[in-house]
Design a protein around this ligand. Structure first.
Ligand code: ADP
Ligand code: 5GP
Length: 198
């Protein structure tokens, strides 16, 4: 696909992916664009339809999948999530670095495509700290929280598979993690900034 190389941000729910990517989008306006996924989960307070996600019914999501509208899709914690072709194309049409925030199943499925992104995994310092962050975020029911913690334990183990990720960033101190993230992407950022100047 044309344009700069996309970036996959994966890692356990609650590790800090949204926090980090929102900062990138804010600090590098016009350089990065977010691939807005579809999901069947309910919006959290403050989430905007079409910006954070396309919030859809299961029927609508399944119709899109059947029509071949999705690059990848997965069930996570009882809800469907997926990256549409249109979401990625909308960012690439702007010549921006497309950021995908996807789970481990998404990573494995994107690996089977031609997208060729940089794969980064954001990890919490420990599962205990992850649990505290998820509880403090106050967005999950106890059932959803437990499913997310179990998925986190599995995913942290799978992430160690050699070659799966280009880099694993431990999000302990937010500033340090953000610096590491910017460092991992500095060549792509420079390429896009140079192309915008010319
Ligand atoms: P994800 O998108 O990976 O599910 P979030 O970005 O929503 O995770 O982060 C989960 C919670 O942890 C949020 O409430 C966020 O403010 C908080 N958080 C993120 N990074 C840190 C950090 N380095 N230290 C403390 N809290 C953090
Ligand atoms: P949340 O409900 O916390 O927003 O997201 C739950 C999980 O779904 C996170 O791990 C997130 O990365 C993942 N996710 C979000 N969008 C997609 C998507 O389009 N595809 C896949 N496979 N996972 C996604």
């Amino acid at each position: 696909m044309a344009g700069p190389r996309p970036v996959v941000l994966s890692g356990p729910s609650g590790a800090g992916k949204s926090t980090l990517l929102k900062r990138l989008l804010r600090d590098y306006e016009g350089v990065f664009g977010f691939s807005v996924s579809h999901t069947t989960r309910s919006p959290r307070p403050g989430e905007i339809n079409g910006k954070d996600y396309h919030f859809v019914s299961r029927e609508e999501m399944q119709r899109g999948i059947d029509k071949g509208d999705f690059i990848e899709h997965a069930v996570f914690s009882g809800n469907m999530y997926g990256t549409s072709k249109a979401a990625v194309q909308a960012v690439q049409a702007q010549n921006q670095i497309c950021i995908l925030d996807i789970d481990m199943q998404g990573v494995k499925n994107i690996k089977k495509t031609e997208l060729n992104p940089i794969y980064l995994s954001i990890h919490p310092p420990s599962v205990q700290i992850l649990e505290k962050r998820l509880r403090d975020r106050n967005t999950e029911s106890e059932d959803s929280l437990q499913k997310r913690l179990q998925a986190a334990i599995d995913d942290i183990e799978i992430s160690k598979e050699p070659g799966l990720f280009h880099k694993i960033i431990i999000n302990d101190d937010l500033e340090l993690a953000y610096s590491e993230l910017k460092g991992a992407l500095k060549e792509e950022i420079a390429l896009v900034e140079a192309s915008k100047d010319s």
